[in-house]
Design a protein. Sequence first.
Length: 1074
Amino acid sequence: MDPVISATIEVTLEKLLAITTEEFNLVWGFKQDLANLTDSLLSIKAVLKDADRRQVNDDAVKLWLMKLEDVAYDAEYVLDEIKYENLRRTVQIQNQMKPKVCLYFSFYSPMAFRWNMAHKINNINVNLKRINDEADRHGFLRRVAEFAPALPQVKETDAITADPVFVGRQNDESKFVEQITGEIDDVFSVLPIVGMGGIGKTTLARRIFNHPHTETHFDERIWVCVSENFDVLTILKSILVSLKETSHGDSRQAVMDTLREKLKYKRCLLVLDDLWNEKRGEWDDLKNALMGVNPNKGNVIIVTTRNESVASIVNPQYCYNLEKLSEDDCWSIIKAKAFEGGDVPEHFQTIGKAIAQQCRGSPLASNMMGAVLRGKKIEEWISIQEIGPSNIEGDQNSDHTRDDIPQVRHLTILEESAPEITKEKASYLRTLVSKSNVPCKNLPDFKHLHTLVLRSVGIEDFPTSIGKLTHLRCLDVSFNRMRSLPGSICKLYNLQTFNIFCCPLQLLPEKIQDLTSLRHLYFCPEVYFPMPPHIRRLSCLQTLQFFNVGDKEGCRIEGLGHLKNLKGKIKIRNLQLVNNEEEAKKANLDEKTNIIKLKFCWRNTSESDIHDESVLKGLQPHPNLRSIVIDGFRGKNFPLWTMKMLKLDKLIKIKLKNCDNCEKIPMLGHLPLLKYLKLEDLTNIRSIGLSFYGVSDCSSTSRNDGQDTRVSFPSLKGLKIVRMTNLTEWAEVQGVQVFPCLEFLRIDNCCKLTTAPNHFPCLKELFIAGVDSDLPSNIISRSNLTSLVMLSIERISELTCLVDDLFYKNQNLAYLNLMKCNKLAYIPHLLGCGASLKMLRISDSDELTELPDGLGSLESLEVLEIDGCKNLQLIPYPSGQKGLSSLQRLKFSNCKRLSNLPSEMLESCTSLQSLEVYNCENLTSFPELSGMVWLNSLRELSIGGFSNSDTLEGIWRHIKSVQILRLFGRADWVSLPYELENLTSLKELWIFNFGIEELSDWLGNLSSLEELWLFECEKLRHLPSKEAMQRLTKLTSLQIRKCPLLEEQRRPDNSEWPKISHIPRVWINEDRIR
């Protein structure tokens, strides 16, 4: 039996002790039995630590723990029945219903129920007494100290294994390193580290062992994993092995002699990891032996142990107790493991922190949970949260089958077809996660399930028998097809998490309010989805992502006011159905301290009577709010709490959207923590004035030459101003430091905007699009930008040139995108950002006649794309430049006047993988490709559409590594280059705008071809012969677009149809015919 069972028992015992101390109305008649049960549990808890230690080498103790686990679970089920019945009766009273007659009279009759429960508890007490008697016979040590769960298995440790995630122990490490590298008067100073299993003792010892100061301070560092088997000679031999020495014999004297010779003049550090021995005499023997080997002062022994008595033996005067990690540290470990150092999506944060809390300060549990959660979706995180760390299997590589383990508690089925699970085995299960549906008739067999996950298994009709799983805490049936849920689901009074996300439900069950234990409800309603009546009775609810205000009794906004425990985020929709401030206040948002993200949504209606201003006034949230979105607000003025937001000083993100009538933007610059602001579709705003900066209320100050300087938007990093079509002015403010941290600015489709401030000292990304003035040049020149990494300018009709010193001042610029700036005629020299620029894209700039100088010096450039510049003639590329050695993608397309490509430029592209040169009508010749290094790495080629087909001559014999070929022709090109038949590595072939009437049979020689695309070949009538098409054994996709003569032959009885009958996927225009 895996030793992790003791940790599971500990969790179960803690639950049982918590339940037995609860007050239930139904315990009359067996209160004494419950008291006896509590006493038995406390007695067992006192010996569990010693049993955990001894089970490693004692099969009888393992058997005792297995028996205890069974009885503990039985006790939990019985107490759960009492809790369930108490909840059922509470719901019944709330519903003001008379008790219904039921065949299960014992369940509904108070006297019969009490008699039944008393009988069950008595049986459990008998079994627990037997367990306690066996514990006495085993002679377990009774302790009152806090229980420490066992490690999953006893395994040898080492000093080398990397610990990539080291969190929360930096102070411990520093203290220890400082202590052991300081002045030490003893020959051997012994420093024990004590802590529960999995708390991080070995990890800390390893960090100390490998610390640079430790390495330089000690002449020799030795690591020995001791564990249960404490034998002095074995330890001494292990020290020799660590020193890479061998003795001249196996006797203790021979080993001692060798050690003395090796260590007598050296300062040593010895780590004894996982020490259990409590016999003082054996420890003294080891210590004396070590002192005989090395009598010098300054040596250190670090001991790691779970046992405080061991620590008191090795050093009665010193013990370093390793405390549990904080919940934040546990969450940091989980994040690092689950997301491998990447960003954590916001919707994972709440669930992740709850899981971190369950880890109880254990780094081992946190690491394990992080590994289990890696790559999982949010619904799986929720399910794992309900299971808890103690129930996650530690050995993911076990090759046991279900029949090897008689009593599986937690089962995941990854097979598409569900295996048969006997009724007996089903009754043991507490967790079932399955990729296949469970037959309705078998569902009641899983009577003790706490967690059931049937995610995306194709359920259309949910079985009514679900109501019999009365122990269920977590039910996840998301991504299924059912349109309704059975009423019996509302009898799951213990249910805490209910996930029906992405199911096409028309409504929730009528009595869902009976699920009074429900904490987390995940569903995906449309705007018109009605909230269940009396939702206010779900008083334990913490997670509710949507609340759709209704106009019927029980569905109005006051229902939200009763849900006092809501956490995280919530979107409140259909606010047009709220009539006034008084109604809105009934939501009690100002009392909901744990809601950190709010979204208010109004839906446009034809009603002339608009109450939005008074309604929003009544929806003032609690000051703990971090994020707010206001969408569809139809008032002219925001209420005072929105206009000044004086109390919402913890806001990090604000979005105002579709507020069509709004005349003034709120004052926001004073918010100290605001990082992200988006103003979108505020079509009635004409000016962003000084009040926007919050100058009069700006409280943030910074010291500058002895004077206080006010700061506006002190933390803002991202600002987006989108589709404010009447905005003409964005005012500057004087005497105030503005946007000191702004890194991203997007101005999009603000066509009338002519002025903007110049307060962007840290700007890294600038995106300007859809402005009719020369705004980009004004911002760039007046703001003196020096930190740009990305610059994107699109659809600026008045832009004629870029500022001369733009690239010299912004030497970290990596991405430059210039699109649809028709009057752009000049781009300055690129030399200033030659070492940083990675991407350069220019498109649809009709006035541009030549590319900027310095193109050949862009040694970091990876992507160069020039498209639709119809007057481009010249690519300056003088000899002697560094070349485009990093370029991977090169594109020149739809540049009608471009006449040549510099051969020196192509020769320098030693990393080229994709080359696109097409629809450049004036290009009459192509550089000689022979000998160019990049030919072997080229994987993608798009070429053609020149005025003369001879331009392509000589190309095909050099590109045999190409896998994707897009071939552009002209209406007068009546054949394909026959050399294509030699491209046997080709996987995709696209043919555009050729005047061919049929495809040649040599096409069948393209043995690797997987996809064939035919576009705008108006004369094409015939595919290659059936024999040739059949040779294309890897062809899986055929796309035919705008080939009218070929499309006419799509009928199955046509001669062309049998040629493509073996292809799995065939499209003609937008229709898939196979």
